[in-house]
Design a protein around this ligand. Structure first.
Ligand code: SAM
Length: 280
């Protein structure tokens, strides 16, 4: 029987066979811990279709293919495509797309997968250099019900960050607004090849029921990002810029009962919602 791709000796064999060295520029750290990989796939609520960003040499993809009906994996590094096609050739439910995930039409893909498989989730060990952009993009997509991602510990901390703490950001607000957020477990640096200096965490987002349309959610998120644009500025200054109108910014904040001298990181999700309601 073949060893799992994430068994360290098999990972090494694959990397040697294809002459692959991890590219720092693409945030490549390959998982070499079959217990963690299996736990992650098992807990990812991936019983329908699952989307993976950055399959690398396929360690998580392989496990997802065992638990999900279908796996769609986006990989930017052309060197890894023949490797993935080879090591995953036993699975006929895996689709590899060679692309920059951020350039793809996620809504169209997720909609199609939802129609075909009933449920769509995301499970991935994210490249650290674009973690936030990827999460923002996923949060905007209305067809995804659960997101399980491995991220660097400091990014994970942002989701549990209370109002007023330095980690509290637009990403925390969006995550907490749309999802129930849970930290599943910590992954030590030694579980990766090459091993980074920092630990990672697996965070899970399960989408809450909402009555709001996707357009309304997108409009709220645009406002949130506007309010957090320059963290050192007051909410009034950021809002003034976002609305391109100083008078309107002042009156919206007054009607929402929010002091213009506050900064966005001092505002709870409900405060930002109040601003949005007044603006509407
Ligand atoms: N999933 C593999 C694992 O756990 O061993 C690899 C994870 S590694 C942290 C991140 C992966 O994302 C790499 O394979 C990298 O090439 C890929 N990647 C980086 N930027 C990407 C992008 N914009 N679109 C798609 N894949 C990307």
């Amino acid at each position: 029987m073949k060893k799992y791709i994430s068994v360290p000796s098999r990972t090494k064999e694959i990397l040697d066979q294809y002459g692959i060295r991890a590219k720092k520029g693409f945030g490549q750290n390959f998982l070499v811990d079959p217990v963690i990989v299996e736990r992650c796939a098992q807990m990812s609520q991936c019983e329908g279709a699952v989307i993976e960003i950055g399959p690398g040499i396929g360690s998580l993809t392989e496990m997802l293919a065992r638990y999900a009906k279908h796996v769609t994996a986006y990989e930017i590094d052309a060197r890894l495509i023949p490797v993935l096609e080879d090591v995953l050739s036993d699975y006929d439910n895996v689709e590899i797309i060679m692309a920059d995930f951020l350039e793809e039409d996620l809504d169209a893909k997720a909609k199609q997968l939802k129609e075909q498989y009933g449920k769509v989730s995301v499970c991935a060990n994210l490249p650290y250099y674009i973690t936030s952009q990827i999460l923002f993009r996923i949060f905007e997509c209305p067809y995804i019900s659960a997101v399980t991602v491995m991220v660097q510990k400091e990014v994970g901390d942002r989701f549990a960050a209370p109002v007023g703490s330095p980690d509290y950001s637009a990403l925390s607000v969006e995550g907490q607004y749309l999802y129930t957020v849970k930290k599943l477990f910590t992954v030590p640096g030694r579980s990766f090849n090459p091993s980074p200096n920092v630990d990672s965490v697996i965070i899970q987002f399960v989408r809450k029921e909402t009555e709001q349309s996707n357009e309304e959610i997108q409009a709220f998120f645009a406002l949130v990002r506007g309010c957090f644009k320059q963290r050192r500025k007051t909410v009034y200054n950021n809002l003034k810029e976002y609305l391109q109108n100083a008078e309107k910014a002042a009156s919206v904040l007054e009607k929402a009962g929010i002091s213009p001298s506050k900064r966005a990181q001092e505002l709870a999700v409900e405060d930002l919602q109040k601003i949005y309601e007044v603006l509407r």
